[in-house]
Ligand binder design. Sequence first.
Ligand SMILES: Cc1cc2nc3c(=O)[nH]c(=O)nc-3n(C[C@H](O)[C@H](O)[C@H](O)COP(=O)(O)OP(=O)(O)OC[C@H]3O[C@@H](n4cnc5c(N)ncnc54)[C@H](O)[C@@H]3O)c2cc1C
Length: 374
Amino acid sequence: MRDLSIGFEVVVLGGGPAGCATAMALAQHGIRDILIVESGDYTSARVGESIPPDTRLLLNELGIWEEFLQQAHEPCLGSCSSWGDDVLGYNDFLFNPLGHGWHLDRIRFDQFLAKMAARKGITVCTNTRFVRCEPQGSDGHGLSLQSKSDEKVKEISARFVVDAMGMHSGLARQMGARKRFLDRLICAYGFFDYSATHDFSRLTILESSEYGWWYAARLPNNKLAVAIASDPETVRQRALCNARDWLCELKETRHIAPIVAGREFNLERPLTYPALSFILDKISGDNWLAVGDAASSYDPISSQGIYKALFDGLSAAKIIVQYLAGEANSLDAYQIDILSRFNHYLENRNFFYAMEKRWPNSLFWTRRQERTHL
Ligand SMILES: Cc1cc2nc3c(=O)[nH]c(=O)nc-3n(C[C@H](O)[C@H](O)[C@H](O)COP(=O)(O)OP(=O)(O)OC[C@H]3O[C@@H](n4cnc5c(N)ncnc54)[C@H](O)[C@@H]3O)c2cc1C
């Protein structure tokens, strides 16, 4: 392992999809000295598993498409939804020239990205947590970072730093950025054993209910992930983080309940995750920028988080190269790009939530139909 006290050209904080994509794209642009600082070790549970067919283009651009295929994740043939209607509507990828999408084993996917980054000569430092950032030197060039590993503090300096730490936006917030929230959903996840092989199970299934929406997707290793997205107070009031109550609510669904009937639920209690919809008011500054969920986070209904993380990484790398070459204005272009893609996401999100008219008195649906802008 290289001595971290010797400065790096670029340090990427967070080794998820956005961080690994940024680092790999920078390496493709000829940046040599890149460090990824990752707090975990790619063994604990991560959520976000469905990726659309166009992700292929991004993995190809990163030069890792063939290797990705060898990972044998679960093909996703499209989605079917009961949304605005009791009947299931189908939206498959049959005629998509890029083929099908994927349901990922997320731990394995993130491990794979970090391995590909290391193979491209990037130093990946796991079990190391970013703590603080200070301007470096009196000339203001670069940044000085403090990270912790085994409670030992490490000092790292870099000409440029990327915040890819997910929705905590740890560096950006230290740089004074604030989140502009649109929505704060909670998702409560459970997993079932599922060994059926018929094609229906390879579709993502979406079903709205009076107080939120349910989602089911088949994962590799014969697992079925089922989640409900709802408001935090509903999750609390209906005790949806308790297995018994969560399973009782699931039984009330029309389409997902029959699929999981008789299957073994293999968790003590559902796992809960915040699913925030926000954008930072400041996405970049002197010698830093944010990518992926650290910059902006989309409602999981969009299934765009991982695609966006990879896309952000590719576009951020171009911007960083220009910035390091002396084009200070390049960061403004990046900010505009992230904001315009967020606005595009908002249009789609609003359209989707507006389609559900079956529960005009439901707080869940009226909130989402009324709050359509930041
Ligand atoms: C319930 C739920 C369901 C979702 N479903 C989907 C889906 O079906 N499809 C989809 O595309 N997206 C989905 N998403 C969104 C998707 O998971 C995220 O958009 C995606 O993971 C963002 O990638 P990222 O690299 O920006 O952030 P992350 O994946 O969050 O990666 C951040 C990395 O930074 C590391 N880190 C954090 N803090 C520190 C620190 N202090 N120091 C060092 N490292 C740190 C973390 O360990 C992690 O590896 C879902 C999200 C939620 C919450």
